[in-house]
Structures are given as structure tokens and as C-alpha cells.
Design a protein around this ligand. Structure first.
Ligand code: 13P
Ligand code: SF4
Length: 304
């Protein structure tokens, strides 16, 4: 406890000294969320990274998020406190594999979930996050075939919602894909009055049991505005900190204890401090890849 409060003070001091903005995804550790200037889902964090005038962005999240910030803000120093914090789903598609798929369906529009590398973003037509995926797909002319990468679960959710046939990629999030319908049913039996909140990275059988499906920020907003007092939560455990903070009079039950993303938990307060001290590890993207990836990210941000 004492260590955390001491580290918190040091991070805050260094943050001012460096003119840095700390962005944290809602899956981050509670103490990391507490030092952040902005806490949000992937979409909000990209928007903020694009808009800030801070000189330094400390991205408390995973590699693809910091990379997106570097693409959107090339003049800024982007730090990822734990360099090895990756996203296993993002690693399930390479630029080369995508190029091969594009050759199979040459007139297809490629929609890439932001959980992809900069090289893959450079090969796609438009990006999306879980918060805007439905709108992004709806923005594509109906006569165009769509390749959706890399999350087959988000892809099938969006295909269902929009009625669009899409070629899905064989990719998934190890954390969300772990949740089984049995676990959700059991949680419902234990908490019969609870509403079920599910992230679309969960399997279709789990999504089918949801009262509400949305990105992390969408789930928090729904819990806040709902009349219900209890909720079963089908997304990464870090969200519990914001749910309890923003809805102190409500109860939340994680659908399963396995809903933990080790990569999101790899960033500690100590590492945030070290990053601000040493200005390392910095995330950069080569100019040619950056130019192309930027087009896909900006197209996404322009869809309202
Ligand atoms: P959102 O924050 O967009 O809901 O995404 C969840 C996620 O898994 C990010 O890695
Ligand atoms: Fe990737 Fe899943 Fe972790 Fe998000 S929760 S960073 S999608 S592995």
C-alpha cells in the first residue's frame, strides 16, 4: 500500500516534468488506471492519442495500442512501459498471410480490428474497434465482399448484426474465447436478478446469452444507466475497477475467474515510473508503413 502511494506520487511528478499524457486501457491494473489521465476502450484511447498536445504519450495497454498512437501522432514520443505486452490475437495475422487472402478475393474490402500490427493495418482498407465495428461494416458498399480480420468472434457478431456475409479470419482472443456458455449459465443461476454484459470477443454461444453486448466503455455506460443492481461481466477483469468506481451501489460478478489477460497485467506502476525516468521503451513505426496504416485508422476515425 505504502509502496503504491509512493510510486503514484513519483509517477505524477515525472508526468508533469516530462509533459506526458498517461493513457490506460480499462483492463489495466487498478493502481495503473489511477495514475492515468484518460482511461478508456481502444477507440477512445486512439482518439485521445490523436488529439493530445502532450509531448510524450505513456500507453498503459498492449503493443498494438501504442503502435496506433505512434501512427496517429508521429511527432510524439510513445512509451509502452512493458515492451513485451503484446496481444496474442494481433499475432494471429501477418501482413504476408493477409496479402495471400487478398489475392483469393481481389475485390474485397479488408476491415481490420485495431488488434493488429502496423504492417497488417497498412494492408487493410479500414480499421475498426469493438465499439464501432458495426458502423464501419455498414459504411461499406453492399456490393463489396468483406474480409474481416483477425477476430472470428467479433466478426461473426458483426455479420449477424449487419446481415452482411463476411470472410472471417481464424483468430480469437485467448482471454475472451475461454468463457463458456456453461459458465455464464451457472453465474445466472447463482445470480438470477443479474443482467449479463458480454464483450463481442466472446464466442457466439456466449454472446447469445447476453442482455447487452458492447465494447468495454459501452458496457460500463450500460451498467451505469441501467435500473438493474447486479451484473454478470463477460470481459477482462480489469473492468471491475471502473464498474465499481462508477457504480458504487451495484454488484458485479465476473463470468469466470479466468477472464484475465496476462499481457494487460504486465504493466505495473513501477514500470510506468521507469518508462518516464528513462523515456524507454519507445514504440516507433517506419514511415512507409505508418503512412499506409494511418489511412486506415483515419478512415475509421472519420466514420461517425
Ligand atoms: P475494447 O477496449 O475496444 O472494448 O477492446 C477490448 C480489447 O480486448 C482490447 O485489447
Ligand atoms: Fe488481446 Fe484479448 Fe488481451 Fe485484448 S484481452 S489485449 S484482445 S489478448
Amino acid at each position: 500500500e505504502e509502496k503504491i502511494s509512493q510510486l503514484t506520487d513519483e509517477v505524477k511528478r515525472l508526468k508533469t516534468e516530462r509533459n506526458a499524457l498517461i493513457l490506460a486501457h480499462v483492463y489495466q491494473r487498478p493502481e495503473v488506471q489511477e495514475v492515468a489521465d484518460i482511461i478508456g476502450d481502444s477507440l477512445e484511447l486512439s482518439r485521445r492519442a490523436a488529439a493530445t498536445d502532450a509531448e510524450v504519450i505513456v500507453f498503459c495497454g498492449v503493443h498494438f495500442m501504442a503502435e496506433s498512437a505512434a501512427i496517429l501522432s508521429p511527432d510524439k514520443i510513445v512509451l509502452l512501459p512493458e515492451e513485451n505486452a503484446g496481444c496474442p490475437m494481433a499475432d494471429m495475422v501477418t501482413a504476408e498471410e493477409l496479402r495471400a487472402k487478398k489475392r483469393e478475393i481481389p475485390n474485397a474490402v479488408v476491415v481490420a480490428y485495431v488488434n493488429t500490427s502496423a504492417e497488417v493495418k497498412a494492408e487493410c482498407d479500414i480499421c475498426c474497434t469493438s465499439a464501432n465495428a458495426v458502423k464501419i461494416v455498414q459504411s461499406i458498399p453492399e456490393d463489396k465482399p468483406i474480409i474481416f480480420i483477425p477476430d472470428k468472434n467479433l466478426g461473426s457478431y458483426v455479420a449477424n448484426k449487419t446481415g452482411r456475409a463476411m470472410t472471417l479470419w481464424e483468430g480469437w482472443c485467448n482471454t475472451h474465447d475461454w468463457v463458456t456458455p456453461e459458465e455464464v449459465r451457472k453465474a445466472k443461476e447463482e445470480h438470477p436478478n443479474a443482467l449479463v454484459l458480454i464483450h463481442p470477443e466472446c464466442r457466439p454461444e456466449v454472446v447469445a446469452l447476453a442482455d447487452y453486448v458492447s465494447s468495454t466503455t459501452g458496457l460500463i455506460k450500460y451498467a451505469k444507466e441501467s435500473d438493474a443492481k447486479e451484473f454478470i461481466v463477460g470481459t477482462e477483469a480489469g473492468i471491475m475497477h471502473q464498474l465499481y468506481k462508477q457504480c458504487p451501489d451495484k454488484d458485479f460478478y465476473l463470468a469466470t475467474r479466468r477472464l484475465v489477460c496476462p499481457n494487460m497485467k504486465a504493466t505495473t506502476l513501477e514500470k510506468v515510473k521507469q518508462a518516464l525516468e528513462t523515456m524507454q521503451p519507445q514504440i516507433t513505426v517506419s514511415p512507409d508503413i505508418r503512412q499506409k496504416a494511418l489511412v486506415s485508422l483515419e478512415k475509421m476515425l472519420a466514420v461517425k
